[in-house]
Design a protein around this ligand. Structure first.
Ligand code: DOR
Ligand code: ZN
Ligand code: ZN
Length: 431
């Protein structure tokens, strides 16, 4: 098949290592077909699906069920996460055997009511995964802190949007990132900090890297482009965990991306049905919104405005996630032929995002009405057009394959914990 790409740009397809496609369990929100179609429209050729589906992906049986669903419905390639919690520590080997791309550990509340492990259980979980070399992605917010704050606000009858912000001060995330980095250092586990939302998290992330911890970081477009100033415009639609923060955080997060402290742009694509987002009581609005389809246009708009270079963007969206997850160079670079995962974009095209036009079933996003510049026209997955001239190609439902079979994650080298611990202790006394 030949296309005329005159004046267009060819980029590696994006790898979104953080999506919630809701299948099985919540078809009113999304399924694997609608979610991966949205990905194709967004120039995303690989997605990693989170395990807070129904049943939770915490054992080999639930994983096999999701593999069957994804294999039948996916338009793009995918990896599947397994949950790492108190009840699944003993299932680590079986989940790896069953083909997970990595593990997800929830330190804070999420959709789907997955219990958060104690620090002791977390240590055991890290110890179980470390020798396997698989990476652990963390929702790094400390539950006990959030719950106490939120209970207080509810009791006081605070139901306006602002109350939600107050319930999760940045220290909730800063403490969690710090604790995760220390446990990773102690056990040698590889970790990935999801959805970095505040400037405060950057310090434990950078310090962990400096100490030699295999810790990587991700942020999402909503923490770069939205802030608490957008609550009045968006209402409950903007509710997301972690919440968008004060605008002063955006500059440091951008800077951390550019200087390499944050490695990855992902979306936390978390669609909900419109009535689930529009509830009058803000406390009952489901958290999250779709993002897999709008990440590339939003980021390319910022690139066009000079915030960073197109090479930076390719690093965040494709090359870095491929390296971090052991898929490089099979994914994350421009290939030709049967391995090509590429997106052909018109960097000059100006258009307006409309929620009703999204291909996700979640039609409530904070991006409705955003003027953007940059449109994916053709998306090619392993050499085959999945999207061509903005048309989803017939017969591509089921073309997507699990990438766990091409993943190589050698066991990490043991960390020299004693040395670093001594250094931390002595630097603490040097005043
Ligand atoms: O806003 C969120 N939505 N945060 C999460 O942690 C989960 C996600 C979801 O699954 O809806
Ligand atoms: Zn999360
Ligand atoms: Zn998430």
């Amino acid at each position: 098949e030949i296309i005329d790409a005159t004046g267009l740009h060819v980029l590696p397809g994006a790898i979104d290592d953080h999506v919630h496609f809701r299948d099985p369990g919540y078809p009113q929100k999304e399924d694997f077909a609608s979610g991966t179609a949205a990905a194709a429209f967004g120039g995303v050729t690989t997605v990693f699906d989170m395990p807070n589906t129904l049943p939770t992906v915490e054992n080999a049986h639930a994983l096999a069920e999701k593999h069957a669903i994804a294999a039948a419905k996916a338009h793009v390639d995918y990896g599947l996460y397994g949950v790492l919690g108190e009840t699944s520590i003993d299932n680590v080997a079986a989940l790896i055997e069953g083909g997970v791309i990595g593990f997800k550990l929830y330190m804070g509340n999420t959709f789907g009511r997955i219990p958060t492990p104690s620090t002791g259980a977390m240590l055991e979980a890290f110890e179980a995964v470390a020798p396997t070399g698989k990476r652990i992605s963390l929702h790094a917010e400390t539950n006990s802190v959030m719950e106490r704050r939120e209970a207080k606000l509810r009791k006081a009858g605070r139901i306006e949007p602002l109350a939600h912000l107050d319930s999760r001060p940045e220290v909730v995330a800063i403490e969690a990132v710090s604790r995760a980095a220390i446990l990773a250092e102690w056990t040698g586990a590889r970790i990935h900090i999801l959805h970095i939302s505040s400037a405060g998290e950057l310090r434990p992330l950078a310090e962990g890297k400096a100490r030699g911890v295999d810790i990587t970081g991700e942020t999402c477009p909503h923490y770069l482009f939205l802030s608490t100033d957008d609550y009045s415009r968006c209402g409950g639609i903007i509710r997301v965990n972690p919440p968008v923060r004060e605008a002063r955080n955006q500059g440091p997060i951008w800077a951390a991306l550019v200087d390499g402290a944050i490695d990855v742009i992902a979306t936390d694509h978390a669609p909900h049905a419109i009535e689930e987002k529009m509830r009058r009581d803000i406390w009952t609005v489901d958290c999250g919104f779709p993002g897999v389809e709008t990440q590339m246009p939003l980021m390319l708009t910022a690139i066009a405005q000079g915030r960073a270079s197109i090479c930076d963007y390719v690093r965040w969206s494709a090359a870095n996630p491929a390296r971090i997850w052991g898929l490089y160079p099979r994914k994350g670079v421009i290939q030709v032929g049967a391995d090509a995962d590429i997106v052909v974009v018109d960097l000059g095209r100006r258009w307006t995002i409309r929620d009703r036009d999204l291909h996700s079933r979640g039609k409530a996003s904070p991006w409705d009405g955003y003027d953007v510049q940059g449109l994916p026209l053709h998306t090619i997955v392993r050499g085959r057009f999945v999207l061509k001239d903005r048309v989803l190609q017939p017969g591509t439902c089921g073309w997507g394959r699990s990438v766990h079979s091409i993943q190589t994650m050698p066991p990490p080298k043991p960390a020299n914990v004693q040395q670093t611990t001594t250094a931390i202790l002595s630097s603490g006394t040097r005043t």
